[in-house]
Design a protein. Structure first.
Length: 141
């Protein structure tokens, strides 16, 4: 459950993330592919080399989807409904992978935000990304 303070921190910090979609999103995916190579099986049609423009563009799409989520923190299920259908019915991504990407995304935030990524911000983002992951996985049951 996100508290009012969590929501404030998530929205404040997101202004520094949203404008770096390709860089931050691309790096999160790159970290996921390198650290958890089994995740590459969902992207057989992608160029997965380090620095791949296709991965950077996909990273930007992921960040834009998260921007939409940040704007709808009280309404995540509805805001992400289409994406949830896509991942469950078309892409059939095993939900364990959402946790792996969340983990990598948090490393990206820590690396790029440095001191601004305080324990409170970390906690707020951990909750936010878990909430997004549960919405993306809710159609599986
Ligand atoms: Mg997913 C497509 C967002 C986790 C595999 N993902 C997409 C798209 C978005 C998105 C916005 C494009 C949808 C479209 O074109 O309409 N993904 C998204 C979020 C998260 C996530 C917000 C979690 C925070 N995705 C995720 C994970 C995997 C995965 C963990 C697999 C390890 N996504 C995946 C694949 C595609 C998308 C295979 C299709 C890529 C393509 O062919 O362009």
């Amino acid at each position: 459950m996100l508290t009012a303070d969590d929501k404030k921190l998530i929205s404040q910090i997101w202004t520094k993330v949203a404008e770096h979609g390709k860089e931050f999103g691309g790096e999160a995916l790159e970290r996921m592919f390198i650290t958890y190579p089994q995740t590459k099986t969902y992207f057989p049609h992608f160029d997965l080399h380090v620095g791949s423009e296709q991965v950077r563009s996909h990273g930007e799409k992921v960040v834009n989807a998260l921007s939409n989520a940040v704007k709808n923190l009280d309404n995540l299920s509805q805001a992400l409904a289409e994406l949830s259908n896509l991942h469950a019915y078309n892409l059939r991504v095993d939900p364990v992978n959402f946790k792996l990407l969340s983990q990598c995304f948090q490393v990206v935030l820590a690396v790029h935000l440095g001191k601004e990524y305080t324990p409170e911000v970390h906690s707020a983002y951990d909750k936010f990304l878990s909430a997004v992951a549960s919405v993306l996985a809710e159609k599986y049951r």
